[in-house]
Design a protein around this ligand. Structure first.
Ligand code: AP5
Ligand code: MG
Length: 214
């Protein structure tokens, strides 16, 4: 089963993708994580995208489509979770072509609905484990008092360069201008399911499971 998690910055795409990896053995393909890895490992592409990402703007379609193409052509999986991809209509068309070329289908597009006020709170309070990427939140899912990651025991946590109010404004603008048209696009294709992303993490998890199993 191949699915897209679609939603604004802070909707909970990464959090829910990690649950699906654990519960269903699926593979998370987060273009944001891939770009941050490229930046951290100092590749030429990583250097090129660092400023664009920090400002909260979208990286070119060519770069992100290239990243996804490579994964789909080289990795085998029980199912891919596209997290943060596609984000433009050109990316959506490219994904359809890539799945077609590799003999696969898109089974569902899950839109996670969260209002802007909650997004700001979630993003400005987020941190992640530097070792395994587990996602925390100062308000809703704090780092344990012993300072150890619940998943891997790691003790180092980081915050993202684009998790500040200015970049978030730009990220939201990009979402509404370039990504939200995909909601209508997938609705028209009969592939869209919308879930309430405002509930607690476990409630959202249950809604997504229901959507995928129906
Ligand atoms: P990306 O990394 O994809 O960031 P994003 O879309 O802005 O989304 P986030 O990762 O910020 O949020 P999320 O939905 O994963 O939420 P999370 O689960 O962490 O992209 C970053 C940048 O890379 C882009 O701006 C762009 O520059 C570039 N880029 C990436 N892909 C691209 C593409 N395809 N094309 C062009 N450019 C691209 O949760 C957030 C917080 O909320 C956490 O603290 C979490 O604990 C908490 N939380 C989660 N769920 C709940 C809940 N139900 N209740 C309460 N708190 C919750
Ligand atoms: Mg994410």
């Amino acid at each position: 089963m191949n699915i897209i998690l679609l939603g604004p910055p802070g909707a909970g795409k990464g959090t829910q993708a990690r649950h699906l990896v654990e519960s269903r053995g699926m593979t998370q393909l987060s273009t944001g994580d891939m770009l941050r890895d490229a930046k951290d490992s100092g590749t030429e592409m990583g250097r090129k995208v660092a400023d664009v990402m920090a400002r909260g703007e979208l990286v070119t379609d060519e770069i992100v489509i290239g990243l996804i193409r490579e994964k789909l052509q080289t990795e085998k999986s029980e199912g891919f979770i596209f997290d943060g991809f596609p984000r433009t209509l050109a990316q959506a068309d490219a994904l359809a072509d890539l799945l077609n070329e590799t003999g696969q289908d898109l089974d569902a597009v899950v839109e996670m609905q969260v209002d802007d006020e909650a997004l700001v709170q979630r993003i400005t309070a987020r941190s992640t484990c530097a070792n395994c990427g587990e996602v925390y939140n100062d308000l809703t899912k704090p780092i344990p008092e012993d300072g150890k990651c619940v998943k891997c025991g790691g003790t180092e946590f980081k915050r993202r360069a684009d998790d500040n109010e200015d970049s978030l404004k730009q990220r939201l603008m990009e979402y509404y201008k370039k990504t939200s048209p995909l909601i209508g696009y997938y609705y028209a294709k009969g592939e869209l399911t919308s879930v309430d992303g405002l509930g607690e993490i476990d409630a959202v998890k249950a809604e997504i499971a229901k959507a995928l199993d129906s």
